[in-house]
Design a protein around this ligand. Structure first.
Ligand SMILES: C[S@@+](CC[C@H](N)C(=O)[O-])C[C@H]1O[C@@H](n2cnc3c(N)ncnc32)[C@H](O)[C@@H]1O
Length: 223
C-alpha cells in the first residue's frame, strides 16, 4: 500500500515531462519556421527543397486524387502539383508565417477548377476525418515530429484504404545524431531501417524505399 502513492507520483511526473517535451517542441518549431519564413524561398533553400520534392513528383499522381502535403511549408511541392494539373490539394503546417507565404504563391496560380485548402495544424492531431486522402505526403519534416509513431498513425488514419503514405526525410548517415544536436526542433533522424520499422509497426503494407539524393531517402507504403 505504501508504494502506491509513490508510483502514482513518479508516473505522473514522467507523463508531465512528456507532455511538456511535446509542447516545447511545437513551440520551438513554430518559432523557428515563423522566423525563417521570409528567407525560406531563397535560391539555396529552394535548390535543397527541390531535391526532396523531385522524388515525390517522380511518383506520378492521378489528376483527381485528394493529396495532403503535411508540413507543406511555403508550398513549393503543392505549387509543383498545381502546375501539373492536380485538382484536389490540401496543405497543413504549424507555422502561420510559412502558410502565409504558401497562400500568396498558390492562390496566385490556382485555376478556378482546382481546389486548394491550407490549414494551420499539427501532424499529431490532423483535423481531417478518417480515410480522406489518396496520398499523404511529408517532405523534409519528419525529423521535427516529437512523437513519430503518433504522427505516422495520424497520416495512416486520414489516408484512404489502398492510398499512399509518402515520407521523404533527411539522411546524413553517421552525422544524423549531430543534426539532432545542431538543428533546433529536430527530434530524431531515422535510418532507412528505422523508418521501415516505423512503417511496419504502423501496419502499413507494400513499403519500398528510394534514394535519389545523397542527403535524403523516400519511404512509400500503402494503407
Ligand atoms: C524544413 S521545413 C519543410 C517544408 C516543406 N515540406 C518543404 O519541403 O519545403 C519543415 C516544416 O515542418 C513544419 N512542422 C514542424 N513541426 C510540425 C508539426 N508538428 N506539424 C506540422 N508541421 C510541422 C514546419 O513548420 C516547417 O514548415
Amino acid at each position: 500500500m505504501k508504494d502506491i502513492p509513490k508510483n502514482i507520483k513518479l508516473r505522473s511526473r514522467r507523463i508531465n515531462k512528456t507532455i511538456k517535451g511535446s509542447i516545447d517542441n511545437i513551440v520551438i518549431n513554430k518559432r523557428l519556421f515563423n522566423r525563417v519564413a521570409n528567407h525560406y524561398d531563397s535560391l539555396l533553400v529552394k535548390y535543397w527543397m527541390k531535391k526532396f520534392n523531385k522524388s515525390v513528383l517522380g511518383l506520378g499522381f492521378k489528376k483527381e486524387s485528394r493529396i495532403l502535403d503535411i508540413s507543406c511549408g511555403t508550398g513549393e511541392l503543392l505549387l509543383e502539383l498545381q502546375k501539373r494539373g492536380m485538382s484536389n490539394l490540401y496543405g497543413i503546417d504549424i507555422s502561420e508565417e510559412m502558410l502565409n507565404k504558401a497562400r500568396k504563391k498558390l492562390q496566385a496560380s490556382n485555376e478556378e477548377s482546382q481546389h486548394l485548402t491550407l490549414t494551420k495544424g499539427d501532424v499529431h492531431e490532423l483535423p481531417y476525418p478518417d480515410s480522406s486522402f489518396d496520398d499523404v505526403i511529408s517532405t523534409e519534416a519528419f525529423h521535427h515530429y516529437h512523437h513519430q509513431e503518433k504522427a505516422l498513425s495520424e497520416m495512416k488514419r486520414v489516408c484512404k484504404q489502398g492510398g499512399r503514405i509518402i515520407i521523404v526525410d533527411v539522411d546524413f548517415g553517421i552525422f544524423n545524431p549531430l543534426l539532432v544536436k545542431l538543428e533546433p526542433g529536430c527530434v530524431k533522424v531515422n535510418t532507412k531501417q528505422e523508418m521501415v520499422n516505423l512503417f511496419k509497426e504502423a501496419g502499413l503494407r507494400d513499403y519500398e524505399q528510394k534514394k535519389e539524393f545523397i542527403f535524403s531517402f523516400m519511404t512509400i507504403a500503402r494503407k
